[in-house]
Design a protein around this ligand. Structure first.
Ligand SMILES: NC(=O)C1=CN([C@@H]2O[C@H](COP(=O)(O)OP(=O)(O)OC[C@H]3O[C@@H](n4cnc5c(N)ncnc54)[C@H](O)[C@@H]3O)[C@@H](O)[C@H]2O)C=CC1
Ligand SMILES: O=C(O)CCC(=O)C(=O)O
Length: 526
């Protein structure tokens, strides 16, 4: 077990690896070229957020079996590249959340009270408080975007400051909001209008990248305070800079500046912005937690044992995996549809296994469904092992039903997603050597072979709609591979499922949604 550590981790973690019999090289100042030259000799690699683990590295890493991310976000790791090569990626999602939360509060206080600026003056031997009057937190409204692990820790702590807590997280159930005593805002705009302080705690996804930008600052209260301890880009830096110049935003605290690990952020030029170099997890406690956890996980993975935080692989013995593999793919595919088609927070998931699949060990298939369900909103934070815990922590109840008989199919999985105002269903089957098909969505019947890019549209069942949709996709340079129409004879509506050869641009989707007779058109990425 040869393990290379390319970024600093706690000594306790290094000791743990050695204790478990690994040969450990700690080389934290290698150049990229040097790293590429030596990586071929290692079975395991431990990184933090600065080492890019990508195709270039994988090509040289011919022995690599596990990548350990000593921390939470895995945005620096190419997951598909790892999965393709059977390299397990593990991380430590719980180990540093308290520290990240505490830095958020620290930045908030430092920002509201100008602590670094006052300190700097005094260090220059100048006793002068003028122009640096702070603001109190008590009685103010804090708007949290992303009420997950860190967001909810922040909420709990800020309550003790006498603050009014509101949050926007469409993927969290009302029950969880109630449990945390946080007021739910259905729309980001409503949160922006009400907040005196804004703090973001979402992962960086296609949806959250730039979620706080020009439009949001325009409607925000004048004098807003902005905190970003999550990821660069969630708050658009240029827009923030403009809002600071226009005094719409009064001050900001940022732990994750653009350009990291270089000090190039344009916000560095603003006196009323406090910036730290991605130090959210940099505490003795978090680093000890992270170091020990990642050491244990890397060793387990190298020994072929169960790994608690395998981000990209199901942790089942190979023999069992073979039998259920096709169902895992089907389950994940069925799960992935909901949040790409609908926005309502999930309250309950009912999974019905019918026919042959009902005789299998279905619990792992249910995990695959949950993993797929939450992946569009939680990204890498959800995996086979934590899927149940995450569902529970988000107030989602999951039930399984098994029935031995099923009409028309040998084997069928139906996933019913129940939210406050709606019930969504999707079914699929497996046949031959693991071929899968989606057989039903919301009562519309299909026989679709799911592919990486799909368009799912609901439309009025009348002449001309399908033709217009095809034309607009053509204008948007999207090639249609297959197309199926599902209709209910009792209804004037229909559903179209198209597999396409490329991503569909936002503008094309907007055009499609504007077509008379199209009720809804959504791009789905698998
Ligand atoms: N500064 C630092 O050193 C650290 C930063 N982080 C970062 O903090 C962030 C939060 O981490 P966790 O709380 O562990 O993640 P989490 O996965 O527990 O929570 C994220 C929440 O964001 C919500 N969300 C997703 N898309 C959304 C959208 N479009 N609008 C509103 N909410 C949305 C999800 O529903 C979820 O509840 C991540 O970006 C993570 O990488 C984490 C650890 C340390
Ligand atoms: O200090 C680090 O490794 C980065 C912490 C972080 O952002 C994370 O764990 O996601």
């Amino acid at each position: 077990m040869k393990v290379l550590i390319s970024e600093p981790i706690a000594q306790k973690g290094i000791e743990k690896l050695i204790e478990e019999g690994a040969i450990v090289d700690v080389k934290t100042s290698l150049t990229r070229q040097e790293l590429l030259e030596v990586i071929g000799g290692y079975d395991g690699l431990i990184v933090r957020s600065n080492t890019m683990v990508n195709e270039e590295l994988y090509k040289k890493a011919t022995q690599l079996k596990v990548v350990g991310r000593a921390g939470n976000g895995v945005d620096n790791i190419d997951m598909d590249g790892a999965t393709k090569r059977g390299i397990i990626v593990v991380n430590t999602p719980e180990s540093n959340v308290v520290s990240a939360c505490e830095l958020t509060i620290g930045l908030l206080l430092a920002t509201c009270r100008n602590i670094p600026q006052l300190h700097n003056r005094l260090q220059e031997r100048v006793w002068d408080r003028s122009g640096l009057k702070g603001i109190e937190l008590q009685g103010k409204t804090v708007g949290i975007v992303g009420l997950g692990r860190i967001g909810s820790l922040v909420a709990t702590r800020l309550k003790s400051f006498g603050m009014n807590i509101i949050a926007y997280d469409p993927y969290i159930s009302d029950t969880r909001f109630k449990h945390l005593g946080v007021e739910k805002k259905e729309k980001l705009a409503d949160l922006m209008k009400a907040a005196d302080i804004l703090t973001v705690h979402t992962p960086k996804t296609e949806e959250t990248y730039g979620i706080i930008g020009k439009e949001q600052f325009k409607i925000a209260k004048k004098g807003l305070v902005v905190i970003n301890c999550a990821r660069a880009g969630i708050v658009n830096e240029e827009a923030l800079g403009e809002a600071l110049k226009e005094k719409n935003v009064a001050r900001a605290g940022i732990d994750v500046p653009e350009g990291e690990p270089q000090a190039t952020s344009l916000l560095l030029d603003y006196e009323n912005v406090i910036i730290t170099p991605h130090a959210g997890a940099d505490t003795l406690e978090a680093q000890d937690n992270v170091g020990i956890t990642i050491a244990q996980e890397v060793v387990s993975a190298l020994r072929g044992e169960m790994v608690p935080n395998a981000v990209n692989l199901p942790t089942l013995p190979t023999r069992e995996l073979e039998t259920v593999k096709a169902y895992l793919r089907l389950g994940e595919t069925l799960g992935k549809m909901y949040y790409q088609l609908e926005k309502e927070a999930v309250e309950k998931v009912e999974i019905i296994y019918r026919g042959e699949v009902a005789a299998l060990e279905t619990s792992v298939i249910s995990l695959a469904i949950l993993k797929g369900l939450f992946e569009p909103v939680l990204k890498e934070r959800i995996n086979y092992v934590n899927a149940n815990v995450i569902a529970k922590s988000r107030g989602v109840t999951v039930t399984e039903i098994k029935e031995s008989a099923v009409d028309n199919y040998l084997t069928l999985i139906t996933v019913k997603v129940i939210s406050k105002n709606m019930e969504f269903t999707i079914s699929g089957t497996v046949f031959g050597k693991g071929e899968m098909r989606i057989s039903e969505i919301n009562g519309y019947e299909f026989d679709v072979n799911p592919t990486p890019y799909m368009l799912i549209a609901e439309n009025m069942d009348k002449p001309g709609v399908v033709g217009q949709l095809g034309t607009l996709l053509g204008v948007g340079k999207v090639n249609i591979a297959t197309m199926q129409l599902g209709r209910k004879l009792t209804d004037s509506r229909a559903m179209m499922v198209l597999t396409v050869d490329s991503e569909i641009a936002k503008e094309t989707l907007e055009f499609l949604s504007g077509v008379e007779g199209i009720i809804k058109a959504r791009f789905v990425k698998l």
